[in-house]
Design a protein. Sequence first.
Length: 218
Amino acid sequence: MKTRKERAAYIAQKLDELYPQLPIPLDHSDAYTLLVAVLLSAQCTDVRVNIVTPALFARANNPLVMAKLSVAEIKECIATCGLANSKAKNIKKLSEILIEKYDGEVPQTFEQLEELPGVGHKTASVVMIHAFKIPAFPVDTHIHRLAQRWGLSKGKNVEQTETDCKKLWSAENWEKLHLQIITYGREYCSARGCDGTKCEICRTTYPNRKKPFVANKA
C-alpha cells in the first residue's frame, strides 16, 4: 500500500470487521461522570478507573455534591489510581468551577474544558465527542504509536498525529475509529506485543518491513 489514503481505507475496513460496535470503555452516566472518569484514566488503566468510580460516584455524581467533599474524602475513593492526590484536588476544584461559572454543567467547548484543572486536550476531546457528539479525534499513546506503525502519521507528538488522522477519515467516523484503534492496539498491536511486523494490520500495510519499527514517543 503506497499511500496514506490506501492504508487508511484498508485499516478502517479491517477495524469495522473486527469491531462493528464498541462501547465507551469508561463507565459513566453523563458528561460530568465521563469527565471525571477520563481525568482519572491518566496514567491508569480503564479497568482500574471502572473499579474505583462506583464508590466515588456513590458519594458524589454531580459537581454540587462533589464540591462539598474534602480532598481527603475524594482521595479515599480513588486511592488505587495513579496520582490520586493531584487528581482528587483537581476533581474538587473543577467541580467548584463548574458550579461557579457554568451552573453545574460541563461546558461544551474545547477552550472552556481545557481551562479546567487536570483537563488537557485529550480529555477534552473525549468528552466533546462521546458526551456531546461534537467532532474530535482523541489521540492517546496507543493511537500515536499505531498511526506511525501504519504509516498514517510521522507526528513527533500527539497533536500532529491528531491533525494527520483527521485528514484521513471523515469526521462522522472519528468517534468510532478512536475506540477501534485503541482496542486493536491493546489486543493485537501493543507496545511490547507487536514491533510493527507481527499483527495483521502491520503485516498488510507494510508487507516488506523486516526490522522492528521504532515510533516517535508521544
